[in-house]
Design a protein around this ligand. Structure first.
Ligand SMILES: NC(=O)c1ccc[n+]([C@@H]2O[C@H](COP(=O)([O-])OP(=O)(O)OC[C@H]3O[C@@H](n4cnc5c(N)ncnc54)[C@H](O)[C@@H]3O)[C@@H](O)[C@H]2O)c1
Length: 247
């Protein structure tokens, strides 16, 4: 028996060209999964895919046709799809909520919430038709549990991701399709500056009991566990990977 924890599984990881998504895709490949790197960013996405022996597809997670293409690619390349990690995310810069534009609001809700809707619209019918167990993991945020001012609609989008995850877990549990969320605390990624308004995370990190930011490896390890058969009886959780921030 393989010691690789995701051997035989095929995963789509969105936003895998950068940050947490890159860490998740890399860990999944190390643990034996075949990985579809799905991202808007072509150069970085292709680079990640070539490093981990996966395939890249340019994907806008807000577009249903792009989800259909990613599922079709998984089936064409690897014959199946087992895991979807909805990691791609978007935010506007931390600012007074009355100055958030309608365009920014729509962008945040589309990338962070509508993407989950579209992933289920496309992938759940495939899993049901094939009678396959499936596994969805949403990268939410501590902002969805313990929001602060300046990021109201980003926080609300992550709250929606967590609630949708629990509702979907309840609905599709009888079909053996699991839905879980992972909530990082602040990390050092492409989005940090948007959240904090600067790259200086020391003030925020002082509020984290374990005293450091989250890393791509922290998030990837949690996702690997939830995606693996070790977590076969776990669905509907929001796993805070936050050094105790939300206590
Ligand atoms: N960095 C943090 O402090 C932090 C904290 C909590 C939660 N998160 C969440 O972690 C997730 C990953 O973010 P990150 O911090 O690694 O940021 P990042 O900017 O490093 O990576 C985000 C990736 O998503 C891709 N992306 C953006 N919009 C997309 C779209 N419409 N379609 C496809 N791909 C798209 C980008 O090209 C990029 O590669 C996000 O959901 C974010 O909200 C981040």
């Amino acid at each position: 028996m393989s010691s690789e924890r995701l051997a035989g599984k095929v995963a789509i990881v969105t936003g895998a060209a950068s940050g947490f998504g890159r860490g998740i895709a890399t860990k999944f490949a190390q643990e034996g999964a075949k990985v579809i790197v799905a991202d808007l960013s072509e150069d970085a996405g292709k680079q990640v895919a070539s490093e981990l022996g996966g395939v890249f597809i340019r994907t806008d997670v807000t577009q249903k046709a792009d989800w259909e293409a990613a599922l079709a690619l998984a089936i064409k390349e690897y014959g199946q799809l087992d895991i979807v990690v909805n990691n791609a995310g978007a935010s506007y810069s931390n600012k007074a909520t009355e100055s958030v534009t309608e365009k920014e609001f729509d962008m945040v809700m589309n990338v962070n919430v509508k993407s989950i809707y579209l992933s289920t619209q496309v992938v759940v019918p495939y899993l049901l038709k094939e009678n396959r167990p499936g596994n969805f993991i949403q990268i939410a945020s501590t902002a969805g549990i313990r929001p602060r001012g300046g990021l109201a609609w980003y926080s609300a989008s992550k709250g929606a991701a967590i609630t949708a995850t629990k509702a979907l877990a309840s609905e599709y549990g009888p079909k053996q399709i699991r839905f879980n969320a992972v909530s990082p605390v602040v990390g050092v990624t492409g989005m940090t500056n948007l959240f904090l308004g600067s790259t200086d995370i020391s003030t925020f990190v002082a509020t984290v009991p374990l005293g450091r930011p989250s890393t791509p490896a922290d998030i990837a390890n949690a996702c690997c566990y939830l995606a693996s058969d070790e977590a076969s009886f776990i669905t509907g959780v929001n796993l805070e990977v936050d050094g105790g921030r939300c206590v």
